[in-house]
Design a protein around this ligand. Structure first.
Ligand SMILES: Cc1cc2nc3c(=O)[nH]c(=O)nc-3n(C[C@H](O)[C@H](O)[C@H](O)COP(=O)(O)OP(=O)(O)OC[C@H]3O[C@@H](n4cnc5c(N)ncnc54)[C@H](O)[C@@H]3O)c2cc1C
Length: 448
């Protein structure tokens, strides 16, 4: 049973008046070379790269609700490379060279995504204008306690030494954090990544959809219930609420909801909810900080809070605070209800920062966390599921709250694998589902 509530009561700023939110009326094809399950940024990036790398294949994307109605249509809209993990831990686990490649991949993804949007996006504030805004001060990760600063500093120092990004990354003194943010509460310094943009992420998906819709069948409100194997050329039978489709290959781009179709990932790719508000910024009053001058993204309290200001519609986007709840909203995947404790904390925290705190919209999104290492699972499932079941099945999921700088090129990697092509030399091996560091997946699946 897939828990994707089609009638959603939490209203994302990004999905208001969005395109591709109606049920597809064209009948589902009965056969396709490749079926992609999931119509978020990963599924649509994969479809896009397939049209570039392998244009003769027939491709179908199946999405349970509207396009981008999952995490991509409910996120914070921050595109910042290289930050969701403590870099020191990454170096210890994978070695310096691989750690460097991981950061490089993020930077490359950000630039290639920006280039795609330059070519395929509009600049008219409409549904296909992602409103990419590069920020003068980038992302400021403000350390909120002495302990946090102590734990983060070794990784920050190593990150700062990375070539060719050393000029992009700064370790900030407490005074400098206060100067940029105007917040005296930040007394422990922080880390800055300057190469940061904010964007209307759902519209990135709509740009991808528009770029492929002549060649790819996009089926909305088509929920996959089960994928069965059969001994035929079209070896996968995909059972949906709108009928059955047979495919030679299947790609799971289902992020937080992957376990419903692939139970092997049950304990490893975990849904975690997060809550966000959008707050219109009125003309500045004496008691409020001037939000309109925010030319940075603020990430605070170990990333449990993230705040940005959108000049296009004079709106603050503030998300997080799930750590104020008993279970941190881990193992929860229903994005149709709000958590009242988080609602209170989001408003209270905005008020403490001196910003407007009366939201226009408030919503929940569900992230898919690969809890053992925080890296996405990308690749061929043959080894993991066994030849009979797994061959012809692929995955790109588990972006762990850090999808904007990774999904576009993970979609490219997935498209290469689906087309029997080699991965780009820069593709990070630790993302691969059967990378040696991911032995835990195999231990569990052999017991199933
Ligand atoms: C509140 C929040 C804030 C975030 N903020 C940021 C941020 O600022 N910066 C950043 O980099 N990342 C952020 N993230 C993470 C980022 O949004 C994700 O990493 C990224 O969107 C993942 O894209 P995806 O396409 O893999 O997943 P999704 O966008 O979740 O897409 C998966 C799709 O699969 C569909 N699906 C699932 N199961 C089925 C099925 N059985 N049949 C058919 N369809 C199915 C779902 O409906 C969904 O649309 C945030 C996430 C959340 C929730």
């Amino acid at each position: 049973m897939v828990h994707l509530n089609p009638s959603c009561n939490t209203h994302s700023h990004w999905l208001h008046n969005a395109p591709y939110q109606q049920p597809t009326t064209t009948p589902l094809p009965t056969k396709a070379d490749i079926v992609i399950i999931g119509g978020g940024i990963t599924g649509l990036s994969t479809a896009y790269w397939l049209t570039k790398l392998n244009p003769t294949q027939s491709v179908v994307v199946l999405e349970a609700r509207g396009l981008s109605s999952g995490a991509t249509g409910r996120n914070g809209g921050i595109i910042c490379p290289g930050l969701n993990d403590n870099f020191d831990h990454i170096v210890q686990k994978y070695g310096e060279k691989e750690a460097e490649r991981l950061v490089d991949f993020d930077y490359r993804n950000v630039d290639m995504l920006a280039q795609f949007l330059e070519e395929h996006g509009d600049k008219d504030n409409g549904s296909f204008d992602p409103q990419i805004t590069w920020l003068k001060h980038g992302t400021v990760c403000a350390w909120t306690s002495e302990q946090e600063a102590y734990e983060a500093l070794p990784g920050a120092i190593k990150l700062k030494q990375l070539r060719p990004h050393e000029d992009d990354i700064e370790i900030l003194s407490p005074e400098r954090v206060q100067e940029i943010t105007g917040q005296k509460v930040f007394k422990y310094g922080g880390l800055q990544i300057k190469h940061t943009a904010i964007a209307w992420a759902a519209r990135i998906v709509y740009c991808l959809a528009r770029a492929v819709e002549d060649k790819v069948h996009l089926a909305t409100f088509t929920s996959v219930q089960e994928v069965r194997q059969q001994s035929k050329e079209y070896r996968h039978q995909i059972i949906t609420n709108r009928g059955i489709i047979e495919a030679k290959k299947v790609a799971y781009c289902t992020n937080a909801w992957t376990k419903y179709l692939l139970p092997t990932f049950q304990r490893h790719l975990v849904p975690i909810r997060n809550q966000v508000v959008s707050v219109p910024v009125p003309p500045v009053s004496k008691t409020e900080n001037d939000a309109a001058k925010m030319d940075y993204v603020l990430s605070a309290n170990r990333g449990f809070q993230y705040l940005s200001y959108r000049p296009y519609d004079q709106t603050l986007i503030f998300g997080g605070c799930r750590n104020t709840t008993a279970g941190w909203m881990v193992y929860e995947d229903d994005d149709s209800t709000l958590n009242q404790t988080v609602s209170c904390h989001l408003r209270g925290q905005l008020e403490d920062y001196g910003f407007p705190h009366f939201p226009e919209r408030e919503w929940v999104g569900t992230m898919g966390f690969s809890i053992q290492d925080g890296l996405p699972f990308v690749g061929d499932l043959t080894r993991l599921l066994g030849k009979e079941k797994g061959s012809g099945q692929y995955i790109a999921a588990g972006f762990s709250g850090h999808g904007m700088p990774r999904t576009f090129l993970c979609g490219r990697g997935l498209a290469q694998l689906l087309s029997d092509q080699s991965l780009d030399s820069y593709f990070p091996e630790p993302f691969l589902v059967d990378h040696s560091s991911r032995h835990y997946l195999f231990e569990q699946s052999s017991k199933l």
